[in-house]
Write a protein of this length. Structure first.
Length: 376
């Protein structure tokens, strides 16, 4: 282990201690959602309750000392579907439930018409967060364009017979989305993506081949899709990519290190930062990070899948290991994922959630100590 770890603080995104985005939903929101679905309250009443809880959440994040502020995805039922279903030309569909935990809502989306970004409700969601953020950085999280195609490709559609036409329309949707969020004040946008977790998995790579798809070609296509989607991003907007292997109610669906996609993903994707899961053996070792160039790597060393608290010394040792492949001043620290990728949330308490956040903050402040920049 390097002794001591003496990196510098940062006052721009990504921050040395950062967040993935989602937080456990308070009981009031869970109750309100149930009341809304049963017709007991209307959409405006639900929004008011969400607003009240987001105000509390933002203040709690500020009190903790975070520079990155999110709305906890409190208005969403899914981390990805709410965004996809806000795109014009998409429609919610049900999925077969055989073999699926009955606590899971088996839902997805399908393209039913030419897609466009349109008047997406999440722009207004971000504006509300921006008003509350004050001197902190308001962070928006949306699913990536690669995931949009990956899910769509699995479900199929009767609108696009030409794959290149579909790619171009997805790219246009995301270019429009990025500009719309920017115009609303967003300077920190995270693309969440389970596609890469799937492409890391030997089991899932085999299943893709059985469907007649080459996982290596998909990786190449998806790097292109991401790069072209973000190529007109304004210079003062940070774009991050978060790679996930599943997080529904503390479960996971894919396992495998980053090596199968590392050269393509890390060597060619033009995002500013990668948020990478590294909380257990399912993510493999740090060697694939050798392909990282000038991007930041936010190490997801603190798990959100249970409430047990990691050792600060262990986290420092892991950061030191990673710094053998990526310079310490290109590294940051976060939890491995959010705390509630769906409204059900992970299997830990709110107190345990905030203890995790405090651990990230305290560890980052001890590792990256040299700078008069804002205290994290």
């Amino acid at each position: 282990m390097q002794s001591p770890l003496t990196g510098t603080k940062r006052n721009t995104a990504p921050f040395r201690c950062d967040i993935v985005g989602s937080y456990l939903r308070p009981e009031s929101i869970r109750d309100a959602r149930f009341q809304y679905e049963s017709g007991e309250i209307n959409a405006e009443q639900l929004k008011m309750i969400e607003n009240e809880e987001i105000i509390k959440l933002v203040q709690q994040q500020k009190n903790m000392g975070l520079q990155t502020i999110s709305d906890g995805e409190f208005r969403r039922t899914w981390w990805h579907l709410d965004f996809f279903l806000g795109i014009q030309g998409t429609q919610k569909i049900g999925l077969p439930t055989a073999g699926i935990d009955n606590r899971n809502r088996a839902e997805s989306f399908r393209i039913v018409d030419k897609i466009s970004f349109g008047d997406h409700p999440m722009i207004e969601h971000f504006r509300y967060l921006q008003q509350l953020a004050g001197d902190r950085m308001a962070k928006m999280t949306i699913p990536s364009p690669a995931l949009f195609h990956f899910v769509e490709n699995y479900n199929g559609n009767d609108v696009y017979s030409d794959q290149e036409e579909l790619y171009q329309d997805i790219i246009h949707v995301y270019q429009t989305a990025i500009q719309a969020f920017y115009d609303a004040g967003c300077r920190y946008l995270q693309l969440d993506d389970t596609t890469w977790g799937t492409l890391c998995s030997s089991r899932h790579r085999m299943l893709l081949r059985n469907r007649g798809q080459d996982p290596d070609q998909l990786a190449s296509d998806y790097v292109r899709l991401i790069n072209e989607s973000i190529e007109h991003c304004p210079e003062d907007m940070t774009i991050a990519l978060h790679v996930c292997r599943g997080n529904f109610r503390s479960t996971w669906f894919a396992a495998g290190g980053y090596e199968p996609v590392a050269e393509e993903l890390f060597g060619k994707t033009q995002v500013d930062a990668f948020f990478l899961e590294y909380d257990n053996e399912r993510a493999g070792d740090f060697q694939p990070l050798r392909y990282i160039k000038n991007q930041f790597v936010v190490l997801g060393l603190v798990t959100t899948k249970h409430g047990g608290l990691e050792s600060k010394e262990m986290l420092k040792e892991r950061i030191a290991e990673a710094s053998q492949y990526v310079p310490l001043d290109q590294l940051c620290l976060s939890t491995q994922c959010g705390f509630a990728s769906t409204e059900e949330g992970n299997m830990l308490t709110e107190e345990e959630q905030w203890n995790k956040i405090r651990l990230v903050i305290d560890t980052a402040n001890e590792v990256w100590t040299q700078s008069p920049a804002i205290l994290l």
